[in-house]
Write a protein that binds this ligand. Sequence first.
Ligand SMILES: C[C@](O)(CO)[C@H](O)COP(=O)(O)OP(=O)(O)OC[C@H]1O[C@@H](n2ccc(N)nc2=O)[C@H](O)[C@@H]1O
Ligand SMILES: Nc1ncnc2c1ncn2[C@@H]1O[C@H](COP(=O)(O)OP(=O)(O)OP(=O)(O)O)[C@@H](O)[C@H]1O
Length: 288
Amino acid sequence: MRILEKAPAKINLALDVLHKRQDGFHEVKMIMTMIDLADRIELTPLKENKITISSHSRYVPNDERNLAYKAAALLKERFQVNEGVTISIDKQIPVAAGLAGGSSDAAATLRGLNKMWKLGLSLDELAVLGAEIGSDVSFCVYGGTALATGRGEIIEHLPAPPPCWVILAKPFIGVSTADVYSKLNLENVTHPNVDQMIKAIEEQDYSTICQSLGNVLETVTLEKYPEVKQLKTQLQRFGADGVLMSGSGPTVFAITEHESRMQRIYNGLRGFCNQVYAVRILGESPFK
Ligand SMILES: C[C@](O)(CO)[C@H](O)COP(=O)(O)OP(=O)(O)OC[C@H]1O[C@@H](n2ccc(N)nc2=O)[C@H](O)[C@@H]1O
Ligand SMILES: Nc1ncnc2c1ncn2[C@@H]1O[C@H](COP(=O)(O)OP(=O)(O)OP(=O)(O)O)[C@@H](O)[C@H]1O
């Protein structure tokens, strides 16, 4: 049985860091939502008892370093599965972009192999396993919209934000998440009001959502890469309702309710940036 799983990207509508923990990770409080830009994972049973992986992207490792490979290896080892699988990744999400592409591929592999190997695990159980692979994987297992706390693995589901367009602009640089967290100085950051963002989502208050966008990691990435800051300014100039960097960057996103405004921002940006996407917020989870 061949299985196809969609692996959507996420954006962070709000990202606050509370403090550095003893285990080296940072305690976060963030709002994540999925967008309609997705990798596609194809899982095919293999006669040999091994995992093989392929993708056409030259930025993604095709070996045991791939997060989708790690997901398969984790399930195989934990549940003593004596079957093999070929994982083929149709990579559409930009890599090392702040969009959790690798994490979503791992989450999709967990969901898909749970079906293929008839493991009978719930999404909650898969999310706990996902946290062993990376902090963003638990959210990606569920999809939808959520408050994520702890190091990102404690998930509380939220309703979908009001429908809107998201224009993504990815400058031609890759950013290391570990590097950004390590350079974060919490003494001079403005913390976003995450509780206000939650209330605004619950009340479907689009304008307060736009006002509550905030990401403390911008202090590191915008300082190091002035082109990311310039992109934010451009997006604001083209008339976006709200503009923010996603995750550790460097992707910047703009939101707007109107298709005509989306077109204006999208067309205006194409001269400035080689990777530009106009997508919808998915909001609701397709994986329930
Ligand atoms: C920036 C975000 O993408 C926002 O959603 C996440 O916080 C990062 O999630 P991720 O890429 O899945 O991160 P992981 O693969 O777990 O960790 C990569 C590195 O980032 C740092 N890291 C990550 C998450 C966290 N809460 N605190 C950290 O300090 C650690 O140095 C870690 O070694
Ligand atoms: N399936 C995968 N897809 C993309 N990158 C992968 C994958 N597996 C491993 N990687 C490695 O992980 C690194 C981060 O990739 P990814 O695209 O997930 O970053 P990101 O979008 O910044 O993630 P996050 O927002 O969760 O921090 C890349 O440098 C890449 O080499």
